[in-house]
Design a protein around this ligand. Structure first.
Ligand SMILES: Nc1ncnc2c1ncn2[C@@H]1O[C@H](COP(=O)(O)OP(=O)(O)OP(=O)(O)O)[C@@H](O)[C@H]1O
Ligand SMILES: [Mg+2]
Length: 606
């Protein structure tokens, strides 16, 4: 039996079967057809594209465009395999700027469904209709542009049809295909009809904020408020788009849109680079939301590597990885405060570098032993006063002093405004031009401390300060062992912890930034963290965890009463600190309540 099969003659496959095999690779479900037809419409220069579906696209997919059209004598050719108007040579392929280039899609779809082409070119007297099955071409009525109708998908391939999901699921996939195209081309209008009902419509946008408006239409207004603009040029690579702030991260990676020269792609290099950019602000498994447009010389990217063109290969993956990572990192690092309020007026309200934006420098620290000691009500612990970090002069010396009375300056120019009160020892309330700002003071301060430690560690090691009186504590054998084996790492982290007796450790120096905290608690938690890792590589591998642990100890605790000057100092530090919009766990550190929202609470102005 097997040997008989082995002796069969070699034959060329019939064209129809070749197309059906090719279709198997290209068309998995109705959404695949939608994607191909939208690509074609965009390549034809359409400005308005309408999609009509029946039964989730299984019974009918119709795509109508106002593009260049197809001349009647070319319509039959358009349905042939390897027939394309888009490239003519290998050189063309290497520099291809169109979505299509294989001359494969219509032939493939025509082999597994009933396809018709209705088209009229710009100067033509009338339209023509081609029946894909019979090949009959006859005059018809239509304005300039093309309508492709695909009926009964997989009618000739019942096995495939069985794999289709419910109409609702297939419809959702079709809509997703249109969303991907719509986010790539804000200048084109899109409409989706299902079973005779208009279910989505995104108008064509023009002007400098066209992409933003399309993003708001497709992803919702909230996305604009909860994301930051990306604008980055690195050599031949240009990156634009928007990065969602960490608190809108999701459990699934279903809102990540990456484009290479206008083509939606799923690419490991891009995805990895984007994830890495969020590393600092998004811990755990949460998935960021972003829309990334990568413009690159077509010669530096191969688009001909995947049957559905959803994957690409970069000539220099490192170059793209770095560009994406930096682009997203920079966007996330810019304090979001600068984006508050109406985007158009924000620039006028706040000069790019107002005087108060000077980077905060740590004040000359008060030696640890001299720092006041106070009683922390909640924990019942005696803790060091936090004054080393909280001296109001720290910011006041360097920034214009905050007005002492609220009425002195009704429209503060600081993005995070002027502190007015503290709420329940947890929140700071501040007034800015847009309304009320609420700051989670522990989360915000933790972030500031974290960023400061990270910057120092990046520059070599964390600056430390010796304690006048070493803080000793009873240690476990494991703690003593870790202190000895990880002495070098501890030094890098600004800590000096040495054995005092076989069962006692002494903390002799602590990071200057954390000088006001509890030295013993800090030492204990860092030792515990270090014990879990290989000492030699811990700083590279567990930097975020280590610094987050340290920052948590150095940050102001809840229930600490702050003076107005201290609160203002914190707000000014936040404005000057990268990524201060989120705490180390990705939660927001502050929120704005606009006057309009406040008015809404009281039903004012209705
Ligand atoms: N909506 C349209 N408007 C104008 N011309 C079209 C349209 N759709 C298809 N065509 C023409 O038909 C040709 C064949 O389309 P088809 O999608 O099969 O191949 P392609 O787009 O060239 O390449 P690919 O297989 O990569 O999509 C195109 O090259 C184009 O000239
Ligand atoms: Mg095509």
């Amino acid at each position: 039996m097997l040997s008989a099969a082995l002796r069969r003659p070699i034959r060329e496959l019939p064209d129809e079967l070749i197309s059906q095999i090719a279709a198997g690779e290209v068309v998995e479900r109705p959404a695949s057809v939608v994607r191909e037809l939208l690509d074609n419409a965009l390549d034809a220069g359409a400005t308005q594209i309408t999609l009509r579906l029946l039964a989730g696209g299984v019974r009918l997919i119709g795509v109508e465009d106002d593009g260049a059209g197809i001349a009647p004598q070319e319509m039959a050719t358009a349905l042939k395999r390897h027939a394309t108007s888009k490239i003519a040579s290998l050189q063309d392929l290497e520099a291809v700027g169109t979505m299509g280039f294989r001359g494969e899609a219509l032939a493939a779809v025509n082999s597994i469904a009933e396809l018709s082409l209705l088209s009229r070119t710009a100067g033509a007297e009338g339209a023509w209709l081609l029946d894909g099955r019979t090949g009959e071409l006859r005059p018809a009525a239509r304005g300039p542009g093309t309508t492709v109708e695909v009926r009964e998908l997989f009618f000739s391939v019942p096995a495939r049809r069985k794999f289709l999901k419910s109409d609702a699921t297939e419809l959702a996939h079709c809509i997703e295909a249109v969303r991907r195209h719509a986010l790539a081309r804000a200048d084109v209008g899109f409409a989706i009809w299902h079973e005779g009902k208009l279910i989505e419509q995104w108008r064509a946008q023009a002007g400098p904020d066209a992409l933003d408006r399309r993003l708001a239409d497709v992803l919702g207004e909230d996305f604009l408020a909860d994301s930051v603009a990306i604008e980055h040029q690195a050599g031949p690579v240009r990156i634009t788009g928007r990065a969602g702030v960490p608190d809108i991260a999701r459990s699934r990676a279903d809102q990540q849109f990456a484009y290479v020269n206008g083509r939606f792609v799923r690419d490991k290099v891009i995805a990895h680079a984007a994830r890495a950019a969020y590393e600092d602000v998004l811990h755990g498994q949460r998935q960021p939301v972003y829309v990334l447009h990568i413009a690159i010389d077509p010669a530096r990217v191969d688009v001909n590597v995947h049957p559905t063109k959803i994957e690409v290969r970069f000539r220099d993956g490192r170059e793209v990885h770095q560009a994406v990572r930096h682009a997203v990192e920079n966007a996330l690092a810019a304090p979001r405060a600068a984006l508050l309020g109406e985007p158009a007026t924000a620039a006028a309200a706040w000069p790019a570098e107002p005087p108060s934006f000077k980077r905060f420098e740590a004040p000359t620290p008060v030696p640890f032993a001299q720092a006041a000691i106070h009683f922390e009500a909640r924990s019942g612990h005696v803790v060091q006063e936090l004054q080393a970090l909280w001296q109001p002069h720290a910011a006041a010396d360097r920034a214009p002093a905050a007005p002492a009375t609220p009425e002195a300056d009704p429209a503060p120019t600081w993005p995070l405004g002027r502190a007015i009160a503290q709420l329940h020892g947890i929140y700071i309330l501040a007034e800015n031009h847009a309304g009320l700002i609420v700051v989670d003071m522990h989360a915000a301060h933790e972030r500031i401390v974290y960023e400061r430690l990270k910057a120092q560690l990046g520059a070599n090691r964390i600056t430390s300060q010796p304690l006048l009186i070493p803080a000793t504590f009873a240690a476990t054998p494991a703690e003593v062992a870790t202190a000895e084996s990880a002495a070098a790492v501890l030094q890098q982290l600004g800590l000096e912890i040495t054995p005092f007796s076989p069962k006692t450790l002494a903390v002799r120096a602590v990071p200057t930034t954390l000088a006001a905290g509890d030295a013993v608690e800090l030492a204990r938690s860092v030792l515990a963290e270090l014990a879990q890792h290989e000492a030699a590589t811990v700083v590279q591998r567990a930097q975020h965890e280590l610094l987050a642990t340290m920052a948590c100890h150095g940050a102001v605790r809840a229930n600490r009463r702050l003076t107005v000057d201290e609160m203002n100092a914190l707000l000014r530090q936040m404005e000057a600190t990268e990524r201060s919009d989120q705490c180390n766990h990705g939660r927001p550190t502050w929120r704005q309540l606009s006057l309009r929202e406040l008015d809404g609470l009281f039903l004012r102005g209705r």
